[in-house]
Design a protein around this ligand. Structure first.
Ligand code: DAH
Length: 501
């Protein structure tokens, strides 16, 4: 029997990313024995990253495959599509300071506490986050640097672009390392004579922003007592309305720029019938993030679908107070760069961003208008199934059927945030994903649950996953695929004590 339990390890959504939907459709099964999630054991040695050595402990779960990707800095690699995307967005915020070299190792305090994440926020879970030790982790979002950058107080506006890390499914739009951009703009209330004056300053700066002819659906009030509250203790309604209006117009302008570039690239490739397209349309959706209130997600109508693009909101005032800039008021947003780059360039598989193949890299030139990616070849897929009985256990079992159309997940909130389960899962699919990545790396295109059932008599749980092997760079021989698959099967036995079927 399969129990649907959305309370499982959902730490939801946002920056325009349908993660919440995916997570809440997870199937959670209960078995009867506690066993640990997979960790990399470095017990005595410590982990050296960026020249710093960190003590490891029972929280450590960063695997070698992740450390191997560390430091590629695709977001600042010249002519890389992630970097081109970053620059395109930065170009819409010319007065902002751009912080693009902040190191990925942060404290739990930076990543969660400083942003107001509750202690039971599911984002803190070891099944979803790469911990170096109990106090240190690989940042799961660029928001981890907000408080530090606000504390620097070097400019009214800033962006932070960086690699971020999350344990997640394997498919063409998910990769455990991806890139985000954070953006924020604040005003100093000390520069205004009154609250009315501050709101007016913000509104007059809004009037100077570029105009656009975007169709905008924004059906909700700027704040709502229950659903999307004003920070009544800190902001007057006029202040929050002004900040929200400025935020929305600024981000609409950014979206216009991105999608105009995407349309042009499409038209130049002969794929998009220019002129016949529907007008660009966006909508604002109420959301929840620990670090903003009120909060929204921005969705764009793109080729027949609403696409979540970013998360944003009025910055949580206690956060600014913690940063020592209590007189500042403003907005922030977070956007996943892979998702934007994939649609700008028409890149079909997120693994391609990590390719060092010149057939990929030579297609991008930051001095030229954006052009669509031309696939250089498609090698055959080699699907292999692995079916197994889980050991008997009491802990929850978290599995999922990944929705291949979702993209860069997001850490903080979105529309729903369920508290973290206090139980250690006896099996979490992300642990299996990691076994696959460690053994086969980028030779795997997708891992999907294709069958799950509980034996009516013994109560044992059986799972079957389909692993689709397909290299982006060459044809895998039958033997190569078999060998990788066998290695994965054996690892599953070793790590989780499963019984292969
Ligand atoms: N940190 C969020 C995430 O990764 C994204 C985000 C949402 C950033 C709202 C923001 C914001 O700055 O205001 O899920």
């Amino acid at each position: 029997m399969i129990l649907r339990n959305p309370n499982a390890l959902i730490w939801a959504l946002s920056a325009g990313l349908r993660w919440h939907v995916r997570r809440s459709t997870r199937l959670t099964l209960r078995l009867s024995r506690q066993s640990s999630t997979a960790t990399t054991s470095n017990a005595d040695h410590g982990l050296t990253i960026d020249g710093n050595t960190y003590a490891t402990d029972s929280w450590t779960n960063v695997p070698p495959s992740i450390l191997a990707q560390y430091g590629r800095r695709l977001h600042i690699q010249p002519n890389h599509p992630i970097s081109i995307t970053r620059k395109l967005i930065e170009s819409r915020f010319p007065a902002f300071q751009n912080r693009n070299e902040l190191p990925a190792v942060v404290t739990v305090d930076q990543n969660f506490d400083s942003l107001g994440f509750t202690q039971d926020h599911p984002g803190r879970s070891r099944t979803d986050t790469y911990y170096i030790n109990k106090d240190t982790l690989l940042r799961t979002h660029t928001s981890a640097h907000e408080v530090d950058v606000f504390r620097d107080n070097a400019s009214d506006g800033y962006t932070i672009s960086a690699d971020v890390y999350r344990r997640d499914a394997v498919d063409r739009s998910h990769y455990p390392v991806f890139h985000q951009m954070e953006g924020a703009l604040t005003w100093d209330r000390n520069a205004s004579s009154s609250s009315e004056d501050l709101a007016e300053t913000i509104m007059s700066s809004l009037k100077k922003l570029p105009k656009h002819d975007l169709v905008v659906e924004d059906p909700n009030p700027p704040f709502h007592e229950e659903r999307n509250p004003l920070q009544t203790k800190y902001h007057t309604p006029e202040e929050a309305k002004a900040v929200a209006a400025h935020l929305k117009r600024s981000l609409e302008d950014m979206v216009v720029t991105i999608f105009a570039a995407a349309d042009k690239a499409l038209a130049a490739s002969g794929q998009g019938a220019q002129g016949e397209q529907e007008p660009l349309k966006v909508r604002w959706v109420e959301a929840f993030f620990p670090h903003t209130s009120p909060s929204w997600e921005l969705e764009v109508w793109w080729r027949g679908d609403w696409l979540e693009v970013l998360g944003c909101g009025v910055i949580d005032q206690p956060l600014l107070n913690r940063a020592g800039v209590s007189s500042r008021v403003g907005w922030a947003f977070g956007i996943g760069l892979e998702r934007i780059a994939m649609l700008l360039f028409g890149i079909p598989d997120i693994r391609l961003f990590w390719s060092k193949d010149q057939r990929f890299l030579s297609q991008f030139d930051e001095s030229q208008p954006i052009r669509r990616f031309q696939p250089f070849s498609k090698y055959p897929a080699a699907p292999r199934d692995v079916a197994f009985w889980l050991p008997k256990s009491d802990g929850p079992v978290v599995v999922d059927t990944p929705a291949s159309k979702t993209s860069a997940p997001s850490a903080a909130g979105g529309q729903v945030t369920e508290p973290m389960s206090s139980e250690t899962p006896s099996f979490h699919e992300n642990d299996l994903m990691e076994v696959v990545r460690n053994a086969a790396g980028d030779a795997v295109e997708d891992v999907s649950l294709i069958d799950s059932f509980k034996h009516p008599k013994t109560g044992r749980q059986s799972l079957c996953y389909r692993v689709t092997y397909r290299s982006l760079e060459k044809t895998l021989t039958t033997e190569e695929a078999n060998e990788l698959h066998e290695q994965i099967r054996q690892e599953l036995v070793l790590k989780f004590g499963v019984e292969l079927r």
